[in-house]
Structures are given as structure tokens and as C-alpha cells.
Design a protein around this ligand. Structure first.
Ligand SMILES: NC(=O)C1=CN([C@@H]2O[C@H](COP(=O)(O)OP(=O)(O)OC[C@H]3O[C@@H](n4cnc5c(N)ncnc54)[C@H](OP(=O)(O)O)[C@@H]3O)[C@@H](O)[C@H]2O)C=CC1
Ligand SMILES: CC(=O)N[C@@H](CCC(=O)OP(=O)(O)O)C(=O)O
Length: 342
């Protein structure tokens, strides 16, 4: 069994990790932290977990992680980078759901996250946890930077085109929409029911911190330069990412077959039949990314539709997928949930 700690067990990605790991055959949950709920039983706060987890939340400052093989950080940015070194020295592996170790260029990270990075050397060591491109490196890693929710959907959508060199990489557009759980569980005005329901809006059009993360990931798949316009929107749904991606074809290619071949052996990337219109509810609660490929009016613009559940393939599910790879378990173990419909 793998002994597991979770720092930040009361947020949306933390409780999603609990939902998944409680039924994972090789996972033994040892410590789940919350500063605000220390001492409270997990299933008192989350009755959905009654009968599944018999632990109390611990104060992270007092938690003894030396009993853990792996610790997941489901915390805001800036926490994992502060604590990673001590855990690694204890021999504990880390899967960080925050962005602390995702961006290799420290100056770029500091610009977008507005703080000084306290462990730049560990950024160099960290493996970006997108299994569809980094499976071999994830296997031997002790520190995983789990990708962001938008970056997962956008990269999986663009990768076949970029790797095949069939589009103009200087004019990529990602028009993305997220459910409100993407903003976390903390109380903030934009995600109040009266603000976010029955409403639809863009945000951070001038610049969003996921743009450099996506650009870094796509740049690693090509020798061409990448220019990406990334526009996020908040939609009145709870879970889900819908990314509509645009690229200009530079040469003729059978797009459907390109995508089917690229993801043939990928257990969690589902290339839909040509002409499909994927719905976010078709991945809700599951670790799937479903992709549909379009070429409107037989023109030279490719439109890729890529959907995920931001809390599963966009966060906790992908984190467990990475854990499975690190521990040489079947990659799909414990994350084979069928999506919840309606
Ligand atoms: N929501 C999403 O769809 C996605 C989120 N992410 C990333 O995952 C991380 C977690 O996100 P999410 O679950 O939405 O966040 P939430 O705001 O919902 O939860 C944050 C959690 O971290 C704990 N926490 C906050 N501050 C500290 C601290 N200083 N030390 C220890 N624990 C702390 C909180 O508990 P307490 O305050 O009681 O300690 C809480 O359990 C973030 O970095 C986010 O960017 C990544 C992909 C998708
Ligand atoms: C709807 C919403 O607010 N989404 C978040 C992204 C959530 C995510 O993936 O977060 P990290 O990269 O920060 O880990 C945002 O746009 O800031």
C-alpha cells in the first residue's frame, strides 16, 4: 500500500482527491490537513465520504509526514515550494497540484504569481505531470508539477497538430470556458451564486498565468516558435472545461486520423468521431479528456474541441494518474469512473 498525505484537504481539489483515493485499491490515507478544520472528522465536514474515510483533519504545522510515501499539495500557490525540500529530504515524494513547480523560467513564474520563488533548484528537478507527453520521466520522478486545468485541456487539444508540424504555430488561439469550481472553494465575490449563475463572462483577456504554462508545454513539442492567444471565460456550471482551439493549417493532413493515431494508446484521451460536439457533462466526475476535430467549411482553419472535468483530469484525477505511473501501478487504477449524467 502507498501511504498518502494530503495538504489542503478541504478545498475542491483536496476533496476530489479524497473521493478518488478513498476507493483506490493501493492507497492508504494517513494524513489530511486543514488549518481551519483541524480536529474535525473528514466525514463530518463531507458526508459524501461517510463510511469511506475514518480520519480527522490535522493541522499542517503539526502533521508528521515521515509516515507518508507521497504527499499531495492541494494548496494555493506558494505553499508547496516552501515545504517541498524538507519532505524530499525525508524520502517523501510530492505531487503538487498548485503551479509552484510548473514553469521552468523562474522570472516568468515570479512575474505571473507575484512572489519570489523560494526553491528554484527544485523547479529544475520537477517533472511536468502530463502523462501523455512525459510518462517515462514521471516514472522516475520524486517531484511532480501537476498541470493546471486549462493547460491540460488546451495542450492535449493542440499537441497532435504541433507535433506533426501541420499548423502555423505563430497563430494559435485557445478560447476556453471553465466551471466555477475552477476558482476553488474559498469565498470570493465572482463565484457567489448571484454573480456567477445565469451569467457568462470572459476574464484576464489581457493576460492569464496559464498562457506561459501552455506555451512552455507546446514549445517542448516543436522546434518552431509558439504564439498563443489564450482567453478564459467563467460559465455558470460547477465542473468542466470546454476549450475551443483554432489553428491555421500549413499543409494538408487527415486530421481525424492524426488525432486517432496520436492518442491510440492513451487510456484517458478519447478522440470522438469526426464532426462531434462534445459536452462537458460527458466527462463530469471522470478522468477523460474528449476531443473532437473539425475543419469548418473545408477551409484552412482547424477547430479542435477539448473537454475535461477541471477537478479530475484537470487536477485530482491526473494527480492520481501520475501517482499510479510513479508507483508502477496500472495507470487507470482507481480513476476509471464513468461520467455522471445528467
Ligand atoms: N479548482 C481547480 O479546478 C483546480 C485547482 N488547481 C490548483 O490546485 C490548488 C488547490 O485548488 P483548490 O482546491 O481549488 O483550492 P481551494 O481554495 O478550494 O482549497 C485550498 C486548500 O488549501 C488549504 N490551505 C490554504 N492555505 C494553506 C496554507 N497556507 N497551508 C496549508 N494549507 C492551506 C485550505 O485549507 P485551510 O485553509 O483550512 O488550511 C484548503 O483545504 C491551487 O493551487 C489551484 O490553483 C489546479 C487545477 C484545477
Ligand atoms: C475559473 C477559474 O478561476 N479558474 C482558475 C484556474 C484554475 C487552475 O487550474 O488553477 P491553477 O493553475 O491556478 O492551479 C483561474 O482562472 O485562475
Amino acid at each position: 500500500m502507498i501511504n498518502i498525505g494530503i495538504v489542503g484537504g478541504t478545498g475542491y481539489t483536496g476533496v476530489e482527491l479524497l473521493r478518488i483515493l478513498a476507493q483506490h485499491p493501493e492507497a492508504e490515507l494517513k494524513i489530511i490537513t486543514s488549518r481551519q478544520k483541524a480536529g474535525v472528522r473528514v466525514d463530518d465536514l463531507f458526508p459524501s465520504l461517510r463510511g469511506q474515510i475514518a480520519l480527522q483533519f490535522s493541522d499542517p504545522a503539526e502533521a508528521d509526514f515521515s509516515q507518508c510515501d507521497v504527499v499531495f499539495f492541494a494548496t494555493p500557490h506558494g505553499i508547496a515550494m516552501d515545504q517541498a525540500r524538507a519532505l524530499l529530504e525525508l524520502g517523501v515524494k510530492i505531487i503538487d497540484l498548485s503551479a509552484d513547480f510548473r514553469i521552468k523560467d523562474i522570472a516568468v513564474w515570479e512575474k505571473w504569481y507575484g512572489m519570489e520563488h523560494v526553491a528554484p533548484d527544485l523547479v529544475g528537478e520537477a517533472v511536468y505531470g502530463l502523462p501523455e507527453v512525459n510518462r517515462d520521466k514521471i516514472k522516475g520522478a520524486r517531484l511532480i508539477a501537476n498541470p493546471g486545468c486549462y493547460p491540460t485541456a488546451v495542450q492535449l487539444g493542440f499537441i497532435p497538430l504541433i507535433e506533426a508540424g501541420v499548423v502555423d504555430t505563430n497563430h494559435l488561439i485557445a478560447d476556453t470556458k471553465s466551471g466555477v469550481s475552477g476558482a476553488g472553494r474559498k469565498a470570493v465575490t465572482p463565484t457567489l451564486y448571484a454573480e456567477a449563475s445565469d451569467n457568462f463572462k470572459s476574464y484576464a483577456v489581457a493576460g492569464h498565468r496559464h498562457q506561459p504554462e501552455i506555451k512552455q508545454g507546446l514549445s517542448a513539442r516543436t522546434t518552431q516558435s509558439i504564439d498563443l492567444t489564450f482567453v478564459p471565460h467563467l460559465t455558470p456550471m460547477i465542473r468542466g472545461i470546454h476549450a475551443t482551439l483554432y489553428a491555421r493549417l500549413a499543409q494538408e493532413v487527415d486530421l481525424q486520423s492524426l488525432y486517432e493515431q496520436r492518442y491510440l494508446d492513451e487510456p484517458f484521451v478519447d478522440v470522438l468521431p469526426a464532426g462531434s460536439h462534445p459536452e462537458t457533462r460527458s466527462v463530469r466526475g471522470s478522468n477523460f479528456c474528449r476531443i473532437a476535430v473539425h475543419r469548418p467549411h473545408d477551409g484552412d482553419t482547424v477547430v479542435i474541441l477539448s473537454i475535461t472535468d477541471n477537478l479530475v483530469k484537470g487536477a485530482a484525477g491526473q494527480a492520481v494518474q501520475n501517482m499510479n505511473i510513479m508507483y508502477d501501478l496500472p495507470e487507470t487504477m482507481g480513476i476509471q469512473h464513468i461520467p455522471l449524467l445528467p
